[in-house]
Each structure stands twice: as C-alpha cells, then as structure tokens.
Design a protein around this ligand. Structure first.
Ligand code: DX5
Ligand code: ZN
Length: 206
C-alpha cells in the first residue's frame, strides 16, 4: 500500500512538519476554490518549496469548478493532477491538457456520485480517487459506504491499468476495510497523531 499525506496549500502552511515524516510515497495537496467546495486555499509558494525540498511525487487535488485554469499555474510543481468528475466542464478536454503536459491524471469521485460515470474515461486515466467524505474539510467521519464503492471500482483494474486511492476519513481503523485500494491519503490521522511515523508504517501494511 502506498501512503500519502494530505495538506492544504494555504498561507499558513509550513513544510517543517513534512520533514519529520518517513516512508511517505506521495504528497497530496488540497486546492479549493471556495465555489466547488466552501473553502479557498491556494498558495503557489508552498508548492514551489515542496517541490524543492522533497524528493517525492506531488499530487494536486483540485476541488475547483474549472481545473483547466489551474493546470498552467501549477504544472511545474506537480506530478499527478486529480480533479472531480462532478464539475460542469468537458472532462476529456482537461484529461487531454494534463496528458499534453506529460503528467499523470486521476478522476475524483464524491460519495454520492454514480460509479458508472467513470467508465467512459477509464482508458485515459491513471488514478481513481474515491472520496471517503464529502470534500471540503479534514477531520470528517469516514462514510462506511466507501469500502463497498472501492471494492466495486477495483473491478475496473481487471481491464485497465488504474490505481485506486482513497481520501477523507482514512485512519488506522477505517483503512482496514480498504485493502483493494492502492493509495491511502490522510491528513488528520497522520498529522494529529502522537507518532505520525507509526501511523504511516501501519497504513502501509494494509
Ligand atoms: C477533503 C480533502 C482531504 C482531507 C483529508 O476535502 O480532500 O484530502 O484533507 O483529511 P482527513 O484525512 O483528515 O479526513
Ligand atoms: Zn484531498
């Protein structure tokens, strides 16, 4: 299992906390526009310092209505682009734009969205990110339906080369139900832990 720590690319974020974390596989950056989700957070300087200071793949989770407008701004600092299937934009155009920059692409699906909506994009994406909470804030309770959804989505792996990641409410307990996932993303379970490196180590064993 790969493990990602989730952080908000906001004004007050310091990379110091990340320096203490061992065995991470990915850094997951949440970007919110205050429209798609009621929260506004983006600080390009943080992205720059993360790219400079850490030798890890960086993924950006764009909780925004118009991902196309963000790609050019952050492309130099990002390895994987994740955006929501629920937006009112042409999804294929966004996939094409990310691919033309030679970056990996993932679609994010909210808890109430029909899984079948992903199907037409499966040949063209690298990751499906399954939300374990309604997006917007860290520290929310994991929705139990997520485990069933991950199981269902994992059937797509028989035919397509896709990784499944789970974001929101992931902790040492809830992760036990997520063995079909490839990547577990966590903010509070890691960052609020007394021993964050113990949590990372245990999540990796799932
Ligand atoms: C939810 C974000 C998540 C969130 C995870 O809107 O996309 O990445 O920060 O936080 P935890 O792990 O605390 O649920
Ligand atoms: Zn996220």
């Amino acid at each position: 299992m790969k493990v990602a720590v989730s952080i908000h690319a906001s004004e007050d974020f310091s990379t110091e906390i990340l320096k203490q974390l061992k065995n991470l596989d990915i850094i997951h950056l949440d970007v919110m526009d205050g429209k798609f989700v009621p929260n506004l957070k983006l600080n390009i300087d943080i992205l720059k310092s993360i790219k400079e200071e850490f030798d890890l793949p960086v993924e950006v989770h764009l909780m925004v209505e118009d991902p196309l407008n963000y790609i050019d701004k952050v492309v130099d600092y990002i390895d994987i682009f994740l955006f929501h299937i629920e937006i009112d934009e042409n999804i294929q155009d966004i996939i094409n734009k990310v691919k033309s920059n030679d970056k990996k692409i993932g679609l994010v699906i909210n808890p109430d969205t029909e899984i079948s909506q992903l199907e037409q994009y499966l040949p063209n994406i690298d990751v499906i990110l399954v939300m374990g909470v309604h997006p917007g804030f860290s520290g929310q309770k994991f929705l139990d339906s997520t485990a069933i959804r991950v199981k269902e989505i994992s059937k797509y792996k028989e035919k397509y080369s896709i990784e499944i990641s789970v974001d929101g409410g992931v902790n040492l307990e809830t992760s036990k139900k997520l063995s079909q996932a490839d990547i577990l993303i966590s903010a509070s379970a890691i960052l609020n832990a007394e021993d964050p490196n113990y949590v990372i180590k245990e999540l990796k064993k799932r």
